[in-house]
Design a protein around this ligand. Structure first.
Ligand code: PRP
Length: 205
């Protein structure tokens, strides 16, 4: 049984350990270790952008962000790519109301644009079990894009259940509960400017 996408149990609704200083929650106190600083993220995003520019020279690309976790990576990546580019967004839910991954994925917000004949790059924050992306890529391939590739900021290969072909990876990481730079725990921590490991005490680990 697979529970969280990012670690073994924590339920989506967990207890929080947010320390308030005045009216500002001190999210930083819940971080055990910074894995990737703002500077490291910026440098890696720029490297991926250069790689994409080289691979798609002379072409227009369409970046598809899978909400919500990828929104910050998408914003930084698209601004680092100097190619004609369109953007679109979709939302999927692979866990429904449960914390258990059934492998069943539902599109909760579809794309606004037709991807037929387009050079599509799906932009994700994290690839874990592969359930979400293996399903999503099949759905998108059936819409006949000219090409489709996956770009993920983080990859946790040791958690993979379904194989997924990845063309652009920011960082390969171990099986730790990571938050920040778009990634959440129970919807918090997305606004941290770096990627850090959450203290196990926060999610009762
Ligand atoms: C994350 C991530 C992927 C998915 C990967 O989304 O953005 O879509 O998990 O996990 P998998 O490889 O095990 O399928 P999440 O459900 O946490 O939603 P969010 O993007 O809104 O944070």
């Amino acid at each position: 049984m697979i529970l969280s996408r990012r670690l073994h149990p924590p339920a989506r609704r967990g207890r929080f350990n947010i320390i308030w200083k005045g009216s500002v929650p001190m999210l930083e106190n819940d971080i055990q270790e910074i894995l990737f600083s703002e500077e490291q993220l910026k440098a890696r995003v720029a490297e991926i952008a250069r790689q994409i520019e080289a691979d798609y020279a002379g072409k227009e690309i369409m970046l598809i962000s899978v909400l919500r976790g990828s929104f910050i990576f998408m914003a930084d990546l698209c601004r680092a790519i100097h190619l004609p580019c369109t953007l679109d967004f979709m939302s999927v839910s692979s866990y429904g109301k449960s914390t258990t991954s059934s492998g069943q994925v539902q599109i909760t917000k579809d794309l606004s644009e037709d991807i037929t004949g387009r050079h599509v790059i799906v932009v994700e924050d994290i690839l874990d079990s592969g359930n979400t992306l293996s399903y999503l890529l099949k759905i998108l391939e059936n819409r006949h894009p000219a090409s489709i590739r996956l770009c993920t900021l983080l990859d946790k290969p040791e958690r993979r259940v379904k194989p997924v072909e990845v063309h652009y990876t920011g960082f390969t990481i171990p099986d730790a509960f990571v938050v920040g730079y778009g990634l959440d725990y129970a919807e918090r921590y997305r606004n941290l400017p770096y990627i850090g490991v959450l203290k196990p005490a926060v999610y009762g680990g």
